[in-house]
Design a protein around this ligand. Structure first.
Ligand code: CO
Ligand code: ZN
Length: 326
């Protein structure tokens, strides 16, 4: 599982630029599914045919990033955000552009307090001396992502972009296992989740599944003085009850709980008031689609060093495998 996750997190893929991730996924699963295609939004949709229910499993390929807005005459890049990038968390990070160029995120040192370290007081230094030199390397509108190579340690994985390549890894592993079922399984690797759950909406409309599950990350409440939260690292995948985008369909939530209990899989309940997942757009598409979520407890979401427990990842795959077999 670590190798699968590594290959996926290493692919460059901010929102709207997911094609490299899609290529990695395609190579991983193309021999194990009956059809694989992409749509106008860039969603990658793989189908394992069946005569039973149409089940859509969705994980988003995009990661958060920075986008160049202006380049000053000394060659420093000003930027905007792609998805939920927190200014303080970005400071001092290395970022990488699609062409491999590395930059460092820094701030105007005249600011009085780190509270004022807003994105518009920050810049990316790529070591260029002039605007012209910078423009030989990057252009307005180019995107960069955090650098943060994957590390396996004490049964945990530390990496950038685990949100939501860990979900992509679970779907890819599941597709490769080819679970025996009469149901028709749609493995959907979605785009532009971080900017508004966009890809999942068109994919769900085109597929019109009987039900859907989004696989994504959820924050934990188990670090020093963290915001209270019920979910901890290593205590099992979280079955979504509610987030800010969806209230999970009760029958899907109950079915997930039953599958976990029947198979001795530990689980937790996810009830959060911030953040959303692809289920948020899927469940209100095409006349309404019963939807739920399986979430991987994750520390430091949207940083260059997100942390998951590999047991939670493996148990999420087991849970989904049991779920799609009914
Ligand atoms: Co996210
Ligand atoms: Zn996510």
């Amino acid at each position: 599982m670590f190798d699968t996750i590594s290959m996926l997190v290493n692919a460059f893929g901010p929102s709207g630029r997911e094609n490299r991730v899609a290529e990695v996924v395609t190579q991983m699963i193309k021999d194990k599914v009956d059809e694989i295609s992409s749509d106008a939004m860039g969603n990658l949709i793989a189908v394992k045919k069946g005569s039973g229910k149409k089940i859509m499993l969705a994980a988003h390929m995009d990661e958060i990033g920075l986008i160049i807005t202006t380049i000053d005459d000394k060659g420093f890049l000003r930027f905007g955000t792609v998805g939920g990038v927190l200014p303080l968390i970005s400071l001092g990070q290395r970022v990488v552009f699609e062409n491999g160029l590395t930059g460092v995120v820094w701030y105007e040192e005249s600011i009085e307090s780190m509270k004022d370290a807003k994105i518009d007081k920050m810049y990316i230094d790529i070591g260029a001396k002039t605007r012209e030199q910078a423009r030989e390397l990057v252009e307005i509108g180019d995107m960069a992502v955090f650098e943060g190579r994957p590390v396996e340690q004490n049964g945990l994985i530390i990496s950038k972009a685990l949100d939501d390549r860990v979900g992509c890894a679970i779907l890819a592993e599941l597709a490769r296992r080819c679970p025996a079922t009469d149901n028709e399984i749609y493995y959907v690797f979605t785009t532009q989740e971080e900017v508004g759950l966009r890809g999942a909406r068109t994919a769900a409309y085109a597929i019109r599944p009987d039900l859907a599950i989004a696989i994504d990350v959820t924050r934990t409440g188990d670090t020093p003085k963290s915001k209270p939260g019920a979910v901890s690292l290593g205590e099992g995948p979280a079955i979504k009850v509610k987030d800010n985008s969806v209230i999970a369909h009760p029958r899907i939530r109950e079915r997930l709980v039953d599958c976990a209990r029947e198979n001795g899989i530990p689980f937790q309940f996810e009830v959060v008031d911030k953040g959303g997942t692809d289920a948020g757009s899927i469940h209100i598409t095409a006349g309404g689609i019963p939807s739920g979520g399986v979430s991987i407890p994750t520390r430091f979401i949207h940083s260059a060093s997100e942390i998951v427990d590999i047991k939670d990842v493996e148990n999420a795959a087991r849970l989904l495998e049991a779920f799609i077999k009914f």
